[in-house]
Design a protein around this ligand. Sequence first.
Ligand code: 4NP
Length: 168
Amino acid sequence: MSQPIRVVFVCLGNICRSPLGEGIFRHLVEEAGFAHQFVIDSAGTSAYHAGEAPDPGSIRVARNKGIDITAQRSRQFKRDELDRWEYIVAMDPANRRNILRLVDNDPEPLRGKLWLMRNFEHEEDGSGHDEGVPDPWGGGPRGFEDVYAIVERSCVNLLKSIRQARGL
Ligand code: 4NP
């Protein structure tokens, strides 16, 4: 079998947004029958919540859609894993800046693999708008519903884009 396609979702705390990215994208990949072709993970640019389970708000909106993210644990994204990923999907521009800082703001090592989640929200080729997925942390339940909808739309197109690129 060919090498798995490696995708990581990155936010700040790795308890709200990127756990949803990981859970939703894995669900879509499994539904499409490609589970063995992918390695999927998530991380935070901070270690604020390292070792913690996802936020109850994210767990709830995922569970409402039949996706269980309770086994995930927050971890910090590290410079030494940059080479390990083909797709690094940042949830907002600040997360993207933090990742670029790991390589002293030299975009070259990240060329073609560092994306914003919402680049895919309405565009299968990742050419979409440069906005962030809003941070629902500390907000009300509505915020998590909105995040879920944005991340789901974006993950559907991200998977289409990868399938196109990889001939899957
Ligand atoms: P996330 O949300 O980046 O989507 O996991 C946040 C979680 C925690 C904090 C900020 C954002 N925090 O500052 O602790």
